[in-house]
Design a protein around this ligand. Structure first.
Ligand SMILES: NC(=O)c1ccc[n+]([C@@H]2O[C@H](COP(=O)([O-])OP(=O)(O)OC[C@H]3O[C@@H](n4cnc5c(N)ncnc54)[C@H](O)[C@@H]3O)[C@@H](O)[C@H]2O)c1
Length: 321
């Protein structure tokens, strides 16, 4: 029998989740505070209040695709009802919410997954496997993208500390930073600087950040939304004399080129990538077969802790807690 699925937040990424949920499960409810965003669905499955939806529909799984500041409470409410939750990134935007979420996850019989779909890209999976049992000596990553005032004006919640929880780091660059943490291990300390170089008239959060992450496998990370265009994301990892360069679908291992095609086509905007279908089908499979989903609460929290450390650092070396 198909899983009964619900989606909260039917904006940019919620549409992608709803399409995949309808393809692999039974989409039994969709919720958005803006009723106009639900017109493509039968009236019987539309909701504007997510708690009413959870109580009336009791889905097997709910996808949280709302603005950042709503994630923590929505995840906790669903887990408290024993409903499996797949939460879009970031898991949350406040340090105290990490503990609240992990406690709710421990208390719940249901599963929590965090949508960091780039871990499912074929090139990244190749690198993860290639580094199995090896130590990364050091690494670096860059995200040089373009987001302008019109982008920030497209959503009330964007560009504000209270509702987005940060800028380029917690939104656009989170996936690449997560890949570095996945491949290098969690840093123990961080020295970082953030600034708002070109978007200060439109946003209160940072548009540019530089992170020096300290630990057994140290790495540096640089991200900006001030580039004239979206440049391809780059990762470079040094391990035991090998240099591994990751450029989207191409991986150079000490100069030798490996090219990868992903199993699924991108849905939605190009920057969403093609990993959502792979991640969601894996999450559903975990629920159906009682397997643990790898990107659980504590795994989803790792990148949030590094980002919150970067915001706190202000040029000083601080411990990541
Ligand atoms: N994994 C990825 O690659 C990826 C890509 C894009 C967005 N995202 C994440 O997805 C989330 C949503 O981003 P988006 O770009 O789709 O934003 P969006 O603004 O386009 O969509 C958010 C939707 O949530 C709705 N909403 C707001 N408050 C609500 C509430 N209380 N109950 C129900 N619905 C509510 C809004 O009306 C809107 O339709 C963010 O966390 C974002 O970081 C992830």
């Amino acid at each position: 029998m198909k899983l009964r699925c619900a989606v909260v937040g039917h904006g940019g990424i919620g549409k992608v989740h709803a399409r995949i949920a309808a393809k692999y499960g039974e989409l039994c409810a969709v919720c958005d505070v803006d009723e106009g965003k639900l017109e493509s669905f039968e009236p019987s499955i539309r909701y504007t209040d997510y708690k009413t939806m959870l109580d009336e529909v009791r889905p097997d799984v709910v996808h949280i695709c709302t603005p950042h500041y709503l994630h923590a409470d929505m995840v906790i409410e669903a887990l408290g009802r024993g409903i499996n939750v797949l939460c879009e990134k970031p898991l949350c935007i406040k340090r105290e919410d990490i503990d609240r979420i992990l406690e709710a996850e421990r208390q719940s019989g249901a599963m929590l997954g965090v949508c960091m779909q780039n871990r499912y890209n074929a090139a990244n999976l190749f690198v993860k496997e290639h580094l199995e049992g090896k130590k990364v000596d050091n690494a670096s990553g860059t995200v040089f993208w373009h987001r302008d005032a019109a982008y920030y004006a497209s959503g009330e919640w964007r560009g504000k500390w209270e509702t987005e929880g940060g800028g380029v780091l917690i939104n656009q660059a989170l996936h690449t930073l997560d890949l570095l943490i996945w491949l290098c291990g969690e840093p123990s300390a961080i020295t970082a600087a953030i600034s708002t170089l070109t978007l200060a008239e439109s946003i209160e959060v940072e548009d540019t950040a530089t992170l020096v992450c300290h630990g057994e496998s140290p790495f540096i990370f640089s991200a900006t939304n001030c580039s004239a265009r979206d440049c391809p994301v780059e990762l470079t990892l040094f391990s035991g004399g090998e240099c591994i360069k990751v450029l989207s679908r191409d991986v150079l291992v000490s100069g030798e080129l490996h090219h990868f095609e992903d199993a699924y086509k991108p849905l939605g905007k190009v920057c969403y990538g093609s990993g959502h279908e792979a991640l969601i089908t894996d999450f559903y499979d975990c629920i159906e077969n009682g397997r643990h989903f790898a990107i659980d609460g504590s795994e989803g929290a790792k990148v949030v802790k590094v980002i919150l450390g970067a915001y706190e650092s202000n040029g000083k070396k601080i411990e990541i807690k």
